[in-house]
Design a binder for this molecule. Sequence first.
Ligand SMILES: NC(=O)c1ccc[n+]([C@@H]2O[C@H](COP(=O)([O-])OP(=O)(O)OC[C@H]3O[C@@H](n4cnc5c(N)ncnc54)[C@H](OP(=O)(O)O)[C@@H]3O)[C@@H](O)[C@H]2O)c1
Length: 247
Amino acid sequence: MIKDKVIIITGASSGIGEAAAKLLASKGAKVVLGARRTDKLEQIVDEIQKSGGEAIYQELDVTKQSENDAIVNLAKEKFGRVDVIFLNAGLMPSSPVSALKTDEWHRMVDVNIKGVLNGVAAVLPVFIAQKSGHVIATSSVAGLKPYPNGAVYGGTKWFVRDFMEVLRMESAMEKTNIRTATIYPAAINTELLGTITDKGAAASMKETYDTYGISPDRIASVVAFAIDQPDDTTISEFTVGPANQPW
Ligand SMILES: NC(=O)c1ccc[n+]([C@@H]2O[C@H](COP(=O)([O-])OP(=O)(O)OC[C@H]3O[C@@H](n4cnc5c(N)ncnc54)[C@H](OP(=O)(O)O)[C@@H]3O)[C@@H](O)[C@H]2O)c1
């Protein structure tokens, strides 16, 4: 059931997070949106409310533990509980290792790995106390298959895969009824390529996305499907991409 669930979404100001927010709100969820661009969040919340949905937002930089804690507290204060956290914030400044774009490596580790850890650290005490909860994370096909220009990005997404599977196993062992779902999207048309500064990587990614890219609505439906399963059922992994994308 999606109706009335309280769902926090990180990276909700564009792309997959925005699409998930709109779809889940249209199905009766109470969505709590976080990202750094509050002007975008305000617009999305306004749109959701105008179509009869329930949504609030708060500025969130996932690299800061205190801001992750604050958005979980906001959800509890406004809606009384938290049922789902969709850990989706991420960036993909792809480049060859030899370009030594070390600032970008560190930024990916901070947002794509530590951002996920911070979100889990913020919400897990609530889920454990409730004895229920659902952690959903956006990994990537880059977390399943290595490819040139994706050494660090792929590494961050492999981390998410490993972490989420261990979280699933431990939650089952601890009988906290916490479900997990990890999503591995391929080429999805969003703002993701905007952070690529390496010219060669940017050109080859653009070609792939121009050729194959599909709408972020496709990922939103998978998120909704995972949440809609009965409470005793976990679908832990989804690989989702364009039907015609070979890799
Ligand atoms: N598009 C694809 O083909 C694809 C494929 C596989 C995986 N993914 C993954 O999907 C997720 C969503 O990306 P997208 O494709 O929807 O791209 P996007 O449109 O660029 O969205 C990325 C989101 O992350 C947020 N974000 C970035 N840094 C943040 C920070 N420090 N704190 C909080 N939020 C932050 C951005 O918001 P602000 O800038 O407003 O903070 C934005 O809302 C990412 O984890 C990405 O790695 C995407």
